[in-house]
Design a protein around this ligand. Sequence first.
Ligand code: HMG
Ligand code: MG
Length: 297
Amino acid sequence: KMPKNVTIIEVGPRDGLQNLKTFVPTEAKVEFIKELKKAGITEMELTSFVSPKWVPQMSDAAVIIDSCHDFKARDFVLVPNQKGMDRLKSTSCKNAAVFVGVSNTFNKKNINKSTEESMTELEPLIRELKEQGYFVRACISTSFYCPYEGKVAMEDVVSLCNRFVDFGVDELSVADTVGEANPKESYDLFTLLKEELEDVMITAHFHNTRGMALANIFAALQAGIDRFDTSAGGLGGCPFAPGASGNVATEDVVYMLEHMGIGTGVNLKLVVKALENLLPHLDKQYESQYYKLVQGS
Ligand code: HMG
Ligand code: MG
């Protein structure tokens, strides 16, 4: 079942940076994104159109899109509501990422609505985006565990995913928001999703809080998943998911896959260069084995 090639969806500029306390200068973000594109990244979450009061780090979203978006790439922008959609429509970017938590408590903390209220709000927005030719990805948070409610049932994840498919989304990014899943849970959920949602593009999104993300990716590969959200430098975490740490590092995933003979199209040296240039602007170090190895630290 193992794929020959895997698509890496870089989420560093969005998930990676959103949680950093110190504002990263817009020019440094732009440079980071451009260098990641040079490294061979063809799909990337550039930024998000959310409330600047809730997530100040993303307040420069419009400038980021104007400076970085090119039509050859699949550049995503996160949008939570009508206002986010309106802001997206004022740009040239045609790829939207909506996001909802399977668990109600997380969803309330993250976007101030219950899961059901979010679905009601998103349905007409997604249908409209689809009519207008947008690519829509749905990010499904707390697909394994919720930081407030604990274990999440697989049936609830499948049913939420099915509703998004019915709304017309092109892709589901199924997330372990707090990095609590283990490889057996990863294999079981992705096997079930592949069975239930034939012909739907499914992506796995792992945070590495407990050091299990690479093992979870290996398990997901065996379940037939060939798309992974990763973040350069292992930065990341949702500000409204206490206990979550960074996403699995792009370099570590690319290193593992390439050494298994699975192609990614990503040039590791150029990812490291992008990270070196970004580092002086950050208030933290990278959480990536590969980066530490090549820096000799
Ligand atoms: P709210 O306070 O309920 O919103 O927040 P509201 O509709 O009452 O509006 C309040 C104010 O926000 C108003 O401004 C609106 O105009 C403004 P004011 O009148 O006070 O000046 N506003 C907006 N401004 C800009 N863009 C918008 C927007 N919407 C309203 N789109 C809201 C609701 C959704 C806005 C808020 O909760 C929010 O921004 N949340 C941010 C959530 C977030 O970014 N989380 C991180 C991303 S998700 C994630 O990381 C998980 C993921 O990685 C997968 C995984 O790992 O699980 C994807
Ligand atoms: Mg995330």
